[in-house]
Design a protein around this ligand. Structure first.
Ligand code: EPU
Length: 340
C-alpha cells in the first residue's frame, strides 16, 4: 500500500475543483482497501471514496483525511441460458464495460453508452439516460463495510434505488464502499429507441437500430450536447430534473404552455419535468455566465467551469440558478452532483 501526501482534489474530479487531500491511496484490491482503512482508522482520519470523480463536487478546503481512489479491476462473466451476468469490479471504466457488452452481443446497457465514470459509481447514482436506468440491470452490489471490515452482497431490492438515488447516498451508508457490481444482461433483447433524440436520429439517418448502431447514435447525441471533459470542467447535469405533482403541473402549464413533462413509473400522481427547459425558456439561463462558471451553450442543465473558479463560487452560481427556478415556478431543485 502506498500513501501519497497533499494531492489536489481538483486533479481528481472532472469539475476540476477541490483543495488538497492530506493523504491519498490508489486501491487495487480488497486487501489493499482493508490495509488503507486500518491505516486511516489507526490515525483517526476520515475517509473519502472516489472513482473517476465525474459526478462529485469537492470542497475548497480539501480533505484532511485519506482519499481512497477505487481502482480495483476485473470482470467475470457467468452464462446461464439466455441471460449473462457481468460481474465487474468497482474500478473498471463504465463505458469500457458497455463497449464490452455490445461487442459480445449483450443487451441492456447500450443506452448508457458514453456516460463518464467508473462501474462502482453506477449503483450509487443509479445512472440513467435515454430511457434506461441501471437499477433494472443490477442483480447485486458488493460492498466493503469500513465499520465491520466485512464484504457483503446487497441484492437489488436492498439498494433503495430511485431516480439518481440509492441507499449508498444516504448518510447512514457512509461506511459502505462499493467493490463489485453484478449486471444481468440478455443475449436477445429489445432495443429502446423511444427517447425523442434517439428516434429522431434513426429517422434522420435512415439506419436500422442494432446494438452497435444504437451505441453510435447515443455517442453522437451525447457528443452534440455535452462539453468535452478533457477540455473544460463539468459533471454533466448539475441538478436533478424535478418531480412535481400533476396539480402543480396544471398551474405551470397555464403560464408555460409548452413545458414538456414525462410520466414516471414510481408515482402516477407525479411527473418529471426537464429542468433544462425551464432554465432555457423560463429563466433565460442557457449559456448564462458568472465569473468562472456558465451553463453550457448546447444544454442549459450542464454547468461548465472554465478553470480558475472555486467550489464556493460554483455553489453561489448554483444557488442563483435555483433561486430563479424557485421564483418563477415555486419548485425547489436538488443537486444531481454529489457534494463531498
Ligand atoms: N431542453 C431545453 N434546453 C436545453 C436542453 C434541453 O429546453 O438546453 C429540453 C428539451 O425539450 C429536451 C428536454 O429538455 O427534450 C430534455 O433534455 P435532454 O433529453 O437532454 O435530457 P435531460 O432531461 O436534460 C436527462 C439526464 C441526463 C441524461 C439525459 C438523456 C438528469 C438530471 N439528466 O437530462 O443525465 O443524459 O436525460 O437521457 O436526469 C446526468 O445525470 O448527469 C445526465 C447528464
Amino acid at each position: 500500500m502506498e500513501i501519497l501526501r497533499n494531492i489536489p482534489l481538483n486533479s481528481l474530479t472532472t469539475l476540476r475543483l477541490g483543495g488538497p487531500a492530506a493523504y491519498l491511496s490508489h486501491i487495487a484490491s480488497i486487501e489493499v482497501l482493508r490495509e488503507a482503512i486500518e491505516w486511516a482508522q489507526g490515525k483517526n482520519l476520515p475517509l473519502m471514496v472516489l472513482g473517476e470523480g465525474s459526478n462529485v463536487l469537492a470542497p475548497d478546503e480539501g480533505h484532511e483525511g485519506l482519499v481512497l481512489i477505487m481502482n480495483i479491476k476485473g470482470l467475470h462473466v457467468i452464462e446461464t441460458g439466455s441471460v449473462v451476468e457481468l460481474v465487474a469490479c468497482a474500478g473498471e471504466n463504465w463505458d469500457g464495460l458497455v463497449k464490452y457488452a455490445i461487442e459480445n452481443g449483450l443487451y441492456g446497457i447500450e443506452n448508457l453508452s458514453g456516460i463518464p465514470g467508473s462501474v462502482g459509481a453506477t449503483p450509487i447514482q443509479n445512472i440513467g439516460a435515454y430511457g434506461t436506468e441501471i437499477k433494472n440491470m443490477i442483480k447485486w452490489v458488493e460492498i466493503f463495510d469500513s465499520k465491520t471490515m466485512k464484504t457483503v452482497k446487497l441484492y437489488n431490492n436492498e439498494c433503495g434505488f430511485g431516480y439518481r438515488d440509492s441507499i449508498f447516498k444516504k448518510p447512514q451508508s457512509r461506511s459502505l464502499i462499493v467493490t463489485r457490481v453484478c449486471f444481468t444482461l440478455k443475449k436477445h433483447g429489445i432495443l429502446n429507441t423511444s427517447y425523442r433524440d434517439v428516434s429522431n436520429y434513426f429517422k434522420e439517418k435512415d439506419v436500422k437500430p442494432t446494438l452497435i448502431s444504437l451505441r453510435t447514435a447515443i455517442l453522437s447525441i451525447r457528443g452534440k450536447k455535452f462539453p468535452n471533459l478533457y477540455k473544460v470542467g463539468t459533471a454533466g447535469s448539475f441538478f436533478k430534473n424535478p418531480i412535481i405533482r400533476k396539480k402543480d403541473l396544471e398551474i405551470l402549464l397555464k403560464t408555460y404552455k409548452d413545458l414538456p413533462f414525462f410520466e414516471i413509473d414510481e408515482d402516477k400522481d407525479k411527473v418529471k419535468i426537464p429542468l433544462a427547459w425551464i432554465l432555457e425558456h423560463v429563466c433565460n439561463m442557457k449559456g448564462w455566465k458568472r465569473g468562472n462558471f456558465e451553463t453550457f451553450s448546447k444544454h442549459a442543465l450542464v454547468f461548465v467551469h472554465s478553470g480558475n473558479g472555486t467550489t464556493k463560487e460554483l455553489k453561489e452560481f448554483a444557488s442563483m440558478v435555483a433561486q430563479c427556478v424557485k421564483e418563477k415556478t415555486n419548485i425547489d431543485i436538488q443537486p444531481e452532483v454529489t457534494y463531498l
